[in-house]
Design a binder for this molecule. Sequence first.
Ligand SMILES: Cc1ncc(C[n+]2csc(CCOP(=O)(O)OP(=O)(O)O)c2C)c(N)n1
Ligand SMILES: [Mg+2]
Length: 553
Amino acid sequence: MTIDVATGISRILKQEGVGWVSTFPVCRVNNALGREGVPMLMMRDDRYAVAVADAFSRITAGSRIGVCTFQGGVNAAGMQYAYAGMAQAYEDGSPVLCITDGVPAGSSGNSQYDVASAMKTVSKWFGYLDKPERTPELMRRAFTMLRSGRPGPVILAIPNAAATYDETADPYRPVKGWKSAPDPADVRAAVDQLLGARNPLIYAGEGVIYASASEDLKALAELANVPVITTLKAKGAFPENHPLFVGVRGDQVAHYLNKSDLILVIGSSLSPGRFSHAIPDAAKKTIIHCNVDELHINKMYPTAHAVIGDARLTLQALRQEVSDRTSGAGRSAGDVAAEVKAARDQGLARYRQVMNSDETPINPYRVYGDMMEVLDLRNSFVTHESGNTRDQLSTVFDTLIPRGFLGWGNVSTLGFSLAAAIAAKKAFPERASVAVTGEAGLGYMFGNLEVLLREKLGVTVVHISNGGFAGYGPGFWGPGHDPFTHRVLGPDEVDMSKVIGALGFHTERVGEPAEIIPALRRALEVNTSGRPAYIEFVCCQYPIYGQWVGRGE
Ligand SMILES: Cc1ncc(C[n+]2csc(CCOP(=O)(O)OP(=O)(O)O)c2C)c(N)n1
Ligand SMILES: [Mg+2]
């Protein structure tokens, strides 16, 4: 049967189990999506169209692929705006499918912006559908890239969505995705080193989440009796109430990174960026790097042993090897858990204190502490923004299940938290979904707040309202601060709860610590009937949080 490319793509997406597509108009595939009954989540700008799909892939660990469409072709306005979203997905390695109009044959070279070269800088793979008959082939390749190997965005450009082909000539079959298992000799070498180390440390990255390997990580850590730290993006890959959990950042993590003689890295690129640790004295430590591909091996630090393969298969193989070597007894290493507890108690003491603070304006940690009390941490979703909310929540917020918290941002682009909270609601409608933001993130969200009302997405936006951009590092004061570019209108000048309330959100404005918990409860209750909520917490400026090792105070 002869069909057009747009219809073919829509049907293939359905075959691949794609339940909805986020978009900002226009894209020539959209009308076919509508006709074929694929719901569209229409965002209010192209960057958010990408970001919601990106976040959906992250939150479902790639088990359900987020798909978006936006304008491209000769008038690539949408694509130019969406670029920020794609760059962010590429930075963080998120398997999102982006579909856009391609430059039609005969029109290339007409504009200044070269679509193909721009898209190649932000994608794992960029496909250009130059012949309608290639629709099944390119979609197969796209889903192969999305479901196998190191995750990353795939972009498909369709120059002529109305061109037709015979659907029966090359019938589409869904792509399962493939994994690779590690070389047994590498596993043995890694375990030799691990069992010979005095102070080993597990450094877990987001690959553990993409491989659905949290249980396997726990099993290895327990058998080998090794403390665990996770990266920001892997926060929640290891249960944070576990006796072997050290932290994501802060003094206790620094203590373990400093004292370790061996670091077993699993599912992380180990690429020190702005929001991760450097490895202190790396040349003197043994780094065992388990990763899904070779891109990150011997990058920045010398790798003593690499184990290349899927994180779950690798963890299972390591565990089996440790078990075989120790007759099932595991590594005996004294009271590791007691030492972890002491380090955590010491490192977290000053935060635990302010989590109970009664001061006004409210201390932001009091809000986070009360959130932990109100939310069911096994059945909720929380995410941060760029700025203090990232730094503070990743210091103290206890995450008990994978993706109970989404940490993000090798490069953290403001505004992503709302996209993440929307995607979490789509992925797990029964879970409370909370985005915690400062004023900068809120500014990026404004246009998209309408989407939550239109789509009845019961999400709560928590605003740590402190009247300024803390930005990075020492914040509002001290050396290196940004005194000329931090002040915006704050809670004394603008009542944001009225502004957002006029849109139709349930809103609250909270100035008293005792009111935090009741306000959160009301917001979450309203969310259950599909109404979004916004709470402005009038907070003090308190730019204090756990540090990254090697990044300076
Ligand atoms: C798109 C983008 N541009 C710039 C930045 C740099 N940046 C990071 S945090 C921040 C200000 C944060 O201020 P606010 O939202 O008020 O949070 P606070 O730290 O005060 O809690 C800026 C400008 C960024 N992360 N993303
Ligand atoms: Mg602020």
